[in-house]
Ligand binder design. Structure first.
Ligand code: PLP
Length: 433
């Protein structure tokens, strides 16, 4: 066993939280249940580091599950938030910042003409699905196994992330009829989706997927597969929805659609778009987005949608990302980490596979290739849990599940990457012994 950190105060805080909050947390993955640990309560974040209430310091690869691409508390965002705080935190009326951020998004995403802001990634995908159904006048959707699109009823079937971590198929409370309208097919597999289209051709409103997954760990299906989905949806009059809540502004400024030069009909965004504030958005071609109320018949609304504090944080973040140099830097740090970890795996002959796209990566505890949800489920989850525990105790904060992606922020230094490679080596070596 390597060293152990003291987490007395976190233990106490968790015990108290469990009395008043279901499971002690406001989102299940935070409970650390898959790794047989208790959650760490955070005091503050600065740059690449998180500090817990026991005074421990961690190098962070969670980035608040993706949004904090600039690191914690970036000055550019802090400044805009302070200015807005003086003016007021919410008006429920239009502000010019909303148009500014929407315009910037259309600039980054050629497939997007119009953007509707919501408050979370869940709302973004839920609304995109409603719009797809309303626009096509069809009911069924195709979802890919292991992709997570938030906790909306239609999309909570064979989902990744927390659902996968807890090892459950869906959720009680989602009606059978709702689930029946969601057809789930394996990721990275063409035959099954062809068969579904043969059977239900004129009933499929949309295919929704994470174009590169994060919620069953990082899996990149490649351009050919995404081109195939673009083609088959077009042929059948269905919409193609890219859920870029995680990959948007992350793997490239224009997400997976930029990386692979594909134009989906609709896109869902979240995380980075709010710069650490609760924001989501759905967006797409003018003729589809004009179907949304008040111009069109598909209703969707929100008291705090386009909230000025959230818009300021998002806009300040996106402005930093305007300069594509940020992505070149993230790529170079990611490549360094990848080379180091792959070298460790090889030196130790450790049964693991490393996947990375830009600043998103996952170390799968598998001897075999990982191409879909089933392959991730076949990973050695106990070994993952042991790895996680040792890494945390070495001061490296990672997502507490094999079914998740790690994120590199701009704030991470070359030295931090070297430290991570060294710790990874120490821990893998310890696990092998
Ligand atoms: N879609 C994807 C790809 C996600 O990764 C997530 C969250 O992790 C969501 C949707 C849901 O977003 P939120 O948690 O903001 O509701």
């Amino acid at each position: 066993m390597l060293k152990r950190l003291t987490m007395k105060k976190s233990k106490h805080a968790f015990k108290k939280a469990k009395k008043f909050i279901p499971g002690g947390v406001n989102s299940p993955a935070r409970a650390f249940s898959a790794v047989d640990m208790e959650p760490i309560f955070i005091e503050r974040g600065e740059g690449a580091y998180l500090y817990d209430i026991d005074g421990n310091k961690y190098l962070d690869y969670v980035n608040s599950w993706g949004p904090m691409i600039l690191g914690y508390n970036p000055p550019e965002v802090k400044e805009k938030l302070s200015l807005q705080l003086e003016k007021g935190t919410s008006f429920g009326a239009p502000t010019e910042i909303e148009t500014e951020i929407a315009e910037l998004i259309t600039d980054f995403y050629p497939a997007v003409d119009k953007v509707r802001m919501v408050n979370s990634g869940t709302e973004a995908t839920m609304s995109a699905i409603r719009l797809a159904r309303g626009f096509t006048n069809r009911d069924k959707i195709i979802k890919l196994e292991g992709c997570y699109h938030g906790h909306g009823d239609s999309l909570l079937v064979d989902a990744g992330s927390g659902i996968a971590t807890l090892g459950i198929k869906g959720s009680p409370g989602v009606t059978k009829n709702t689930a029946l309208e969601t057809i789930v097919v394996p990721y990275n597999d063409r035959l099954s989706i062809k068969k579904v289209f043969e059977k239900f051709s004129d009933q499929i409103a949309a295919v929704i997927l994470e174009p590169i997954t994060g919620n069953m760990g990082v899996i990149d299906p490649g351009k050919d597969y995404l081109d195939f989905l673009r083609e088959i949806t077009r042929e059948n009059g269905s919409l193609l929805i890219f859920d870029e809540v995680m990959t948007g502004f992350r793997i490239a400024r224009g997400g997976a659609q930029e990386l692979y030069d594909i134009k989906p009909d609709l896109s869902a965004f979240g995380k980075i778009i709010g710069g650490g504030m609760p924001v989501g958005a759905y967006a797409g071609k003018k003729e589809i987005m004009d179907y949304v109320a008040p111009d069109g018949p598909v209703y969707q609304a929100g008291t705090l949608s386009g909230n000025p504090m959230a818009m300021q944080a998002g806009l300040a973040t996106l402005k930093e990302l305007k300069d594509k140099k940020v992505y070149a830097e993230l790529e170079s740090k990611g490549a360094k980490l990848e080379a180091g970890i792959k070298n460790n795996i090889e030196k130790l002959q450790f049964p693991a596979v490393f996947h990375r796209v830009g600043s998103m990566f996952t170390l799968f505890f598998s001897e075999l290739e990982v191409k879909n949800y089933q392959d991730v489920k076949n990973c050695d989850l106990e070994l993952f849990a042991a790895y996680f525990k040792e890494m945390i105790n070495s001061g490296i904060y990672m997502p507490p599940s094999q079914f998740e992606a790690n994120f590199i922020s701009r704030a991470i230094s070359e030295q931090d990457i070297e430290t991570t490679i060294d710790k990874n080596y120490e821990v893998l070596k310890h696990l092998k012994s």
